[in-house]
Write a protein that binds this ligand. Sequence first.
Ligand code: SAM
Ligand code: SF4
Length: 336
Amino acid sequence: MAELVDGHGRRVTYVRISVTDRCNLRCVYCMAEDQKFRPLPHLMTREEIARSARLLRSFGIEKIRLTGGEPTTRPDLPGIVSDLSAIGFPGGLALSTNGVLFPRMARELLAAGLTRVNISLDSAEAEHFRKMARRDHFQPVRDAIDLALALPFEAVKLNAVVIRSFNDDQVRPLAAMTYDKNLHVRFIEFMPFGDNEWNESDWVGWEEIRGRLEADGYVLSSVQKSAVAGPADEFRVVSGRGEHRGTIGFITPVSDRFCDSCNRMRLTQDGFLKGCLFGHSDVDLLRPMRLGATDEELSTLIRHAAEVKEQRHPMFVGMDRARLPLHGRNMSEVGG
Ligand code: SAM
Ligand code: SF4
């Protein structure tokens, strides 16, 4: 099997495929209340996703994450998972979801071959949730977490973006959820994106979050990462209550750039292979596919997309947002 190595010598083993830019929430850090979506014919079909995934697998891609937008808004999501499962990805098939519709298809997704679930929850309280997501769907998301934990998925993770004076008081209650649940809670540094209202003063770095937990008596010890792991640094936890069942993690794109060990690429819902969340060198696979490109021609495009993958993203502590070379897409349009 061929390998996909980028122009900086890093092997790509993990691809996040966005299946839609649509969403049933409007998280303040991700999209505008009046977000415009792409016309449906611009999205990859189930067959186009499967064909792309098959080609990616022929380059040794080991792990796929399905994301969006909100992937569960696509009724054919279980079919997509079953196609990918038939191709066979040894590092597993993961899903990022806001959880709202997840309970309706959780069993079908599990039966289709989904192995891991990440659910976004930025707040442990309904009122806070409504402020962040601009929708009143807190309880369905809590139910989704309980259901995901009750089903035999390999791992259930919870993702929380932390914004100062908005939900940073939720760090403690979210971290506490790891005590009696086999739940892996990861705090994500807020990133400037598209037209979101990012300000450095709103940003909370991972060291501050860790410091707050340690001040509460949490002792964190590092967990070894697997070769196909995502960007989070994960820690086992002991607190005054004893050892926690779950872990705590930090995703630190701004304060501690993890680009040197980046193993990821993204396929957007409209079929662009993207080297970097913030990259400008996207390679269109969908248009050539629709114009009749052969597998060999598409493979050449995949190799090219890896060759032009950016070395690092442009964010750093102290950056001036106005000077960042951001592209116009929101996180939901790239596939977070
Ligand atoms: N809708 C699904 C969800 O919310 O999990 C999947 C797509 S969402 C774009 C994927 C992840 O990106 C979520 O965990 C979300 O919190 C994160 N995200 C979105 N905008 C972000 C931003 N500006 N900074 C940091 N993380 C962000
Ligand atoms: Fe939707 Fe996920 Fe973006 Fe929230 S973070 S608006 S749930 S795509």
